[in-house]
Design a protein around this ligand. Structure first.
Ligand SMILES: Nc1ncnc2c1ncn2[C@@H]1O[C@H](COP(=O)(O)OP(=O)(O)O)[C@@H](O)[C@H]1O
Ligand SMILES: [Mg+2]
Length: 321
């Protein structure tokens, strides 16, 4: 009998502790929810390592001194500000295989400790997420509410809009109110976000400036952002699809236009070297020569820049190994 009493008392005690714990946990969860809606301190798995990003870009991103400088400096400045006036908005431009998507993944990795799996990283690919231009009004509603919902939960979030050339025209304008300094309308949460738009628009300008610099005997690293910025912002506006003719560019909501320059044969060789080393075959110099030789180069007269940058390198290395 005594044993039954002891067991019942223990059980009841356990229930009380459990219920108390459960109630506290639920209230804390609700409180956090409300707190996140009115403050800007919900940063979720944000754990920036800008020095790590700088080092990785320096070591592993070939031939892109402007992208490397602009991105590292802008992020460093932005993240040191606890109350930024507006979100940080990058627009990456350049031809295929020059490292645009790779850099956006590295930014995610060094802001959230993971290039893909963090709930604070949102990667949109129009052909996948917005395939039907007839549904643009529906996409606008969904995109806006997705971004607002996620920023309420995690103030420091990264939104990457890849392959913008295939984005239905007009869709991106729904983002315009979120990208500006609208303190009164929106909570401060909106201003801690980072956006990256990626497209190939403006690549002719970038390639032209890089070619002219080379012809006049300048080092590639001597090209400055001032030589490109205005031309690039104009080219990013005067085109078709995605950001072209958008309110986002017209009302100057892009913080930084980031040019990715065309890669030369020497850069392609470095990409091949890195790839074969991943396979533990660093000594296979024959493969470096072979892959670099099979790539197409432009302009036809000088054959300086790879048509596809380093994009097909990995597949070619797999083939030759
Ligand atoms: N500048 C670069 N430096 C080093 N590797 C590069 C560079 N550009 C491209 N690569 C390699 O080629 C692959 C494809 O590049 P990606 O970033 O997808 O090009 P895109 O500019 O078309 O987005 C990358 O994953 C990377 O391995
Ligand atoms: Mg890409």
């Amino acid at each position: 009998m005594e044993l039954v009493v002891v067991w019942t008392a223990t059980f009841l005690g356990f229930c009380v502790v459990f219920l108390t714990y459960f109630t506290v946990a639920v209230s804390a969860f609700r409180f956090k929810d409300i707190y996140c809606k009115i403050s800007d301190y919900c940063e979720c798995d944000f754990q920036p390592d800008i020095k790590g990003l700088e080092w990785d870009l320096y070591r592993n991103l070939y031939g892109q001194h402007l992208a490397q400088e602009i991105i590292s400096e802008a992020l460093d400045k932005f993240l040191h500000n606890d109350s930024p006036e507006r979100p940080l908005v990058f627009s990456f431009h350049g031809s295929s295989g020059t490292g645009k998507t790779m850099v956006s993944s590295l930014v995610g990795k060094y802001l959230f400790g993971s290039s893909l799996s963090s709930r604070s990283i949102h990667h949109f690919i129009p052909t996948l997420h917005f395939p039907d231009s007839g549904q643009i009004e529906q996409y606008k509603k969904e995109l806006k509410s997705w971004i607002e919902g996620n920023l309420t939960e995690c103030a420091r979030s990264l939104f990457v809009f890849d392959e913008m050339d295939t984005m239905p025209s007009g869709l991106v304008d729904v983002l315009a109110p979120l990208l500006g300094p609208y303190h009164l309308v929106y909570q401060t949460n909106y201003r801690k976000a980072i956006y990256i738009f990626i497209s190939t628009s403006g690549s002719e300008i970038i390639n032209h400036v890089t070619l002219e610099a080379r012809k006049s005997g300048l080092d590639r690293e001597e090209i400055r952002i001032e030589d490109l910025e205005n031309l690039l912002s104009q080219a990013a506006y005067d085109c078709k699809g995605g950001l072209c003719h958008s309110e986002v560019i017209r009302t100057k909501l892009i913080s930084h236009f980031v040019p990715f320059m065309p890669l030369t044969r020497r850069h392609v060789e470095r990409c091949v070297r890195q790839e074969i080393c991943h396979h533990g075959q660093c000594h296979r110099k024959d493969i470096i020569t072979m892959v670099a030789k099979t790539m197409g180069y432009h302009p036809e007269s000088e054959m300086l820049f790879s048509h596809t940058g380093c994009k097909t390198v990995s597949a070619k290395v797999d083939y030759y190994l």
